[in-house]
Ligand binder design. Structure first.
Ligand SMILES: O=C(O)CCc1cccc(O)c1
Length: 564
């Protein structure tokens, strides 16, 4: 059954009184990024209001693939289990040229990984899970049928004019987040423009209900006999829904090609060619053209931009929603630190710079997949066809067919990253996302857990094979240099199981790494110390606890508290 969103009514509210303190945070847009950010802020004790012009989450599944990293973000928001129940995990894909298989790929998946590399779930359903959670969460209100007209920067707040079914209202907010999508009203009202590239090819994207005995994997056909000259992508979603994307030719009229009749005809041809005998129904469709574009900065006064309101990336390789959830994850801890006064507002410049740099990383990857999926010129099309024709004879060419499915981005050049060097020989360098990994907690009755669950929502200091007492002292010293209220969790591993079963220490977790799996996953030497940021990036790695002092500069720079 295709997903039908719940309808939400308008709840009356008054304009902010001019003599009262402004609301801490208003988020414009109840898409997945705005909703995830609202939950992230609320979990960190920030009062937040979401304004949405519609009366429901989006209709039509739109973005469907969530990366392992996005699942980590959703876990931090407390909805990991719901997503695990409702989504379909997958690990691999196959590409075909005409009727010949030319690539079979598997996404990285190691023993000890806590989650699948990718899951599929419709965007509408993902949004509804987040809305349901917001409704059950303190500090956080979603207001439906509230269309933001414009935002005006004032001395110590932003004025947000809102059209409601009961007339217009003005809210005053210390911080406004534009998470209102590719056609952002907030961006318009501040007269800001994105710049970048638009790609030639147009794709019809459709969801069909089809009981097909095919595995959950990504399948792509280049120039299939069913639709010569086109490229077709097939993804399985939960509840027998399939996403079919196909490229239109340069002479195809999009108006004709998006009629139900034409879509049915094209999809029928392809499914028949696959040998289908099952009936299917067309549930939803849309037309897509790929863009890579971004604002120059994601911070303008007291207005911050996230997700598609800030940047666009092509769908190929599934980076759009996944990059937006990374924005939300980073903004939740940085903005909450500023709102609580445990960091100065300059931390938000770091958010803006890091996420702009992340967009560049996504585009560098996405551009390669996009040129392959929608070659813009005759030259590119010829090259692509040659690669596809030769791929089975020259396997090295298969790398060009690989869609480079989305993975988490790094912040190696961020001012929050300590000690990154260009020629780092390690696989995990400062600024990189630290992968979640299964761990064995030793104290208080041994149990299996995950690194993310144990490090918690704050800064974490992970010392490999070190004395827990020495770590606890260093963690206390680091905490003392930070603003009151900044949490720091210590995690000490040991290779000797006997040693970690000693007495529990305050705010320090003892991990049994006698099998050395965590050390291997982190590419770490024994004695090394990792400092991990709240959203999971490696702030720095140090040869031993004595070198942890190098974090002091960082503590002085951004994490000592500042003006609200
Ligand atoms: O697998 C791909 O490269 C694209 C999958 C995708 C993602 C989002 C929307 C859509 O129609 C297809």
């Amino acid at each position: 059954m295709y997903f039908t969103p719940h309808r939400h009514g308008f709840t009356p509210f008054a304009s902010s009184p001019p003599d009262a303190a402004p609301e801490p945070v208003v988020i414009v847009g109840a898409g997945p990024v705005g909703l995830a950010l609202a939950l992230g802020l609320a979990r960190r004790g920030v009062v937040v209001t979401v304004l949405e012009s519609g009366d429901s989450v989006s209709y039509g599944s739109r973005a469907i693939c969530l990366s392992r990293h996005s699942l980590e973000v959703l876990e931090r928001l407390g909805v990991g289990e719901r997503f695990a129940e409702r989504s379909l995990p997958w690990t691999s894909g196959r590409s075909f040229h005409r009727d010949t298989e030319v690539l079979s790929f598997a996404m990285p998946h190691e023993d000890g990984d806590v989650r699948a590399p990718m899951v599929n779930i419709s965007q509408s359903e993902a949004e509804q899970i987040l809305v349901d959670e917001i409704e059950a969460t303190d500090h956080c209100t979603a207001r439906w049928r509230c269309r933001v007209l414009d935002c005006t920067e004032r001395d110590d707040h932003v004025g947000v004019r809102v059209e409601t079914p009961e007339g217009s209202r003005e809210l005053r907010a210390r911080w406004v987040i534009a998470a209102d999508g590719a056609r952002s009203t907030v961006r318009e009202s501040l007269v800001l423009r994105m710049s970048g590239t638009s790609y030639e090819g147009r794709y019809v994207i459709a969801d069909i209900h089809w009981r097909a005995p095919l595995p959950t994997e990504r399948r792509v056909w280049f120039d299939p006999p069913s639709n010569p000259g086109s490229t077709i992508i097939l993804h399985r979603q939960p509840a027998d829904i399939w996403r079919v994307d196909y490229q239109l030719g340069p002479d195809d009229d999009p108006e004709v090609e998006t009629t139900e009749e034409r879509i049915r005809e094209r999809i029928t041809r392809h499914l028949d060619w696959l040998g289908n005998t099952e009936p299917w129904t067309l549930e939803w469709s849309s037309l897509y053209r790929a863009h890579s574009s971004s604002l120059d900065s994601y911070l303008h006064g007291r207005v911050l931009f996230a997700g598609d309101a800030a940047h666009l990336v092509p769908i190929f390789g599934v980076r759009g929603l996944n990059s937006g959830l990374e924005d939300a994850d980073t903004l939740a801890w940085t903005l909450s630190s500023v709102v609580h006064g445990t960091a100065g507002p300059e931390l938000l410049r770091t958010y803006a710079a890091e996420r702009r740099a992340a967009w560049r990383q996504y585009v560098d990857q996405a551009e390669k997949s996009t040129l392959f999926m929608t070659p813009g010129t005759h030259g590119y099309a010829m090259t692509r066809d040659a690669v596809l024709t030769l791929a089975n004879r020259r396997p090295v060419l298969r790398e060009l067919i690989n869609p480079r499915q989305s993975g988490a981005t790094h912040s190696r050049t961020s001012p929050l990253t300590v000690g990154a060097t260009e020629d780092e020989p390690r696989s995990l360098v400062p600024g990189d996302p630290v992968p979640d990994h299964a761990v064995r907690v030793a104290a208080g009755g041994a149990r299996t857990s995950g690194l993310n669950a144990e490090r918690g929502p704050d800064l974490a200091v992970l010392a490999l094979d070190s004395e827990p007492e020495a770590l606890a002292d260093k963690v206390a010293a680091l905490r003392a240099r930070l603003a009151p209220g900044v949490g720091v969790r210590g995690l000490a591993t040991s290779r000797e199981a006997a040693r970690v079963h000693g007495a529990a220490l305050p705010e320090t977790t003892l991990l049994d790494d006698s099998a050395e799996t965590l050390a291997r996953a982190l590419d770490a030497d024994f004695g090394e110390v990792f400092v991990i940021r709240p959203a999971g990036l490696l702030l720095g790695r140090f040869p031993d606890l004595e070198h942890l002092g190098r974090c002091d500069a960082l503590a002085d720079h951004v994490l000592r508290g500042g003006s609200r």
